[in-house]
Design a binder for this molecule. Structure first.
Ligand code: CA
Ligand code: CA
Ligand code: CA
Ligand code: CA
Ligand code: CA
Length: 365
């Protein structure tokens, strides 16, 4: 499959619009960006309300599956210019928490805090160069700050973020990286007063800018996207050192185009499943096996749906995916940030894709 020629003028114009040159008014984009001809496509089933900030503002989602009532699950999305949204499965905002420039967000349920189990949420906080730590109330689906004061990251600019639960030891960790390629890991510790603090346990470095990451709690793998290089696999345990394997080098496949951005895990039963990576440079998503040597299974794009009026998805930053069946998403939900929320032209938002559609298109199990 050969990549189509991109309409470079249109793409450049769109890029200029979103880069928001100093003093220039930010003009909303009017069209999605193209993906290579012949790429298998799916459509988004739901799109969220636009974020309040113009330009490149929405960035990264995290999906919470409600174990009691899947219909009352939630999607948290960052507005990197000002805070965190919580959306319901129809894409309607339930909350906006203006807690600063939150870049990436992730969560783990079942964290012991104050004598009960809570849904713990962390976000990379560029305002305070810190790790924001919150809970998501399963009844009200509202976020509340539980950090034991500002949890300083000691990073130049906290950027990508993902969480890890050690299935054996039960500890919960958070990884945060910065644009120099530095990655740090912290253990999240409950205090007697019912707050949470972050204790650094490990640091390692890649050679260039990193951001998207995901940890696999069952296999102990940590996947990190080095934006111009490819997808790396590390160990997620704090004593895993800096041993790594390059799962996919962008230069090795014409369907992969820098930046590699959001990374997510569709975790099936018995260690089966898939890793999904946003190939931002050609507006596609690459899918790899979760197990073995992480074989490449193919790529897909999210096209506009004339029937629903929901536009396609371009230039995705962050994404998240779950395998749990949710209403309207029988084999799980993929949420992607959309760089160009058009028809009509509005601020950026997040799109909800049914994993069943992806599985059909790529002939996955
Ligand atoms: Ca962006
Ligand atoms: Ca995320
Ligand atoms: Ca990035
Ligand atoms: Ca779009
Ligand atoms: Ca739209």
């Amino acid at each position: 499959m050969t990549p189509a020629r991109f309409p470079t003028l249109a793409a450049a114009a769109a890029a200029m619009i979103l880069s928001g040159a100093a003093g220039a008014a930010e003009v909303a984009p009017t069209h999605d960006l193209p993906f290579p001809e012949g790429t298998p496509t799916v459509v988004a089933r739901v799109e969220t309300a636009p974020v309040a900030r113009a330009g490149d503002a929405a960035d990264d989602p995290a999906i919470w599956v409600n174990p009691k009532d899947p219909a009352l699950s939630a999607v948290i999305g960052t507005d990197k210019k000002g805070g965190l949204y919580v959306y319901d499965l129809a894409g309607k905002p339930l909350q906006f928490l203006a807690n600063g420039r939150m870049n990436n967000v992730d969560l783990r349920a079942g964290f012991r805090l104050g004598g009960r189990e809570v849904v713990l949420v962390t976000a990379s906080d560029r305002t305070n160069k810190a790790i924001a730590i919150l809970t998501l109330d399963p009844e009200t689906r509202q976020l509340a700050d539980v950090a034991d004061g500002v949890q300083e990251s000691d990073l130049s600019d906290p950027y990508g973020l993902c969480m890890y639960r050690d299935r054996k030891g039960g500890e919960t960790y958070v990884f945060v990286n910065d644009p120099t390629g530095l990655v740090r890991q912290w253990r999240l510790v409950a205090t007697p007063a019912g707050k949470v603090r972050a204790e650094v346990v490990r640091s390692f470095a890649l050679n260039s800018q990193v951001e998207g990451c995901v940890a696999d709690d069952e296999t102990g793998a940590l996947y990190i996207g080095e934006e111009d290089v490819g997808l790396w696999r590390f160990g997620a345990a704090p004593n895993a050192g800096d041993r790594r394997r390059l799962v996919a080098a962008i230069k090795d496949n014409p369907m992969w185009k820098a930046d590699f951005e959001g990374v997510g895990l569709w975790a099936g039963k018995g260690g089966r499943g898939y890793i999904v990576v946003s190939s931002q440079g050609d507006n596609t998503y690459a899918v790899f096996d979760r197990g073995g040597r992480n074989r490449y299974r193919g790529s897909f794009a999210i096209a506009p749906d004339p029937a629903s009026g929901i536009d396609g998805v371009s230039e995705t930053d962050g994404l998240d995916v779950v395998s749990a069946p949710l209403p309207g998403f029988p084999r799980g939900l993929l949420v992607t940030q959309d760089g160009y929320n058009v028809s009509p032209s509005e601020n950026q938002n997040f799109k909800f894709v049914s994993w069943a559609d992806v599985a059909t298109q790529l002939k996955l199990d």
